[in-house]
Design a protein around this ligand. Sequence first.
Ligand code: NAD
Ligand code: UDP
Length: 323
Amino acid sequence: MARLYDSRKRILVTGGAGFLGSHLTDRLLEQGHEVLCVDNLFTGTKRNIDHLHNHPRFEFMRHDVTLPLYVEVDEIYNLACPASPVHYQHDPVQTTKTSVHGAINMLGLAKRLKCRIFQASTSEVYGDPSVHPQPEEYWGNVNPIGIRSCYDEGKRCAETLFFDYHRQHDLEIKVVRIFNTYGPRMHHADGRVVSNFIVQALSGQPITIYGDGSQTRSFCYVDDLIEGFIRLMESDASVTGPINIGNPGEFTIRELAEKVVAMTGSKSEIVYHDLPHDDPKQRRPDISKAQSVLGWEPRIALDQGLGRTVEYFESLLKTMAAS
Ligand code: NAD
Ligand code: UDP
């Protein structure tokens, strides 16, 4: 439902052509806001925002957040950063720069504009956790020099910057720690487990389990996550986070592979590959803070969300085959 004009905001979404950023953009436009989408299209794609090109309240700007940005907006959502291990390990120095320089640039912009700023942080700040499930108070178990460190430490440093800008400059900040999220518009070749398994199952390729498949993850459907984002951004200024948003349903990777095979009716065999370095053994969010502070909890069960995601990839693979 459109809002009254006087409550309309001009909102900057960095990483707006990515998986999560494009869903967030859709949701903000539905609410009647204007959205300035800033993205360098490193992992994002114009296909994710194609449907918005003639939208009167949508604007796209190709820009790298490691460089300063001078725009006028009322609110900032900072999502720009490659998110899948394959993508963030492709150019690890650029990944750290995106998290750290990107955060400094966006925080500087928010400081000048005196506007609220949201940071897409990650469950990766907990590393390979020795506390399970992970509450926000847990400081994590992160390797500072491993192949995931460019992402994990970059995101940890970005959180530090957000809290220092808050303490030092009174900036209104909102920091969310996102747990594994899936759904339509995930990149088909980003190597993340849900997209990999579905694409492999649909195209009859072997399903690649890394390690023995006993490691666990908790999978949140994208619509649930975006609802959490909006609730956090609209919460009282005293609510800074960090706050976990994710689905506490926990599955082994082997269970996920079996679900995808059953759901797609695929004839793909399951094959086992080496586990990548520093791959966390378990992950599940403690969402009590999101429940009590934001009144948020996920609504979409894994089977339902996977069904919608399978439909998306079926249609994407057909389009790609035809073009
Ligand atoms: P994505 O790769 O689909 O989107 C990231 C977007 O940022 C892309 O459009 C990419 O082109 C853009 N980008 C990357 N570097 C940039 C730069 N230097 N300047 C401008 N744009 C840049 O990934 P996603 O899953 O949508 O993730 C969005 C955010 O959420 C990321 O910050 C990620 O760390 C965080 N996150 C996501 C998950 C998840 O499960 N999807 C989990 C934890 C955290
Ligand atoms: N994984 C897997 N097969 C794949 C892709 C990933 O077994 O084809 C595993 C991966 O090793 C990890 C889990 O699935 O244990 C989740 O991987 P993803 O890259 O999606 O996210 P993250 O490790 O960042 O949580």
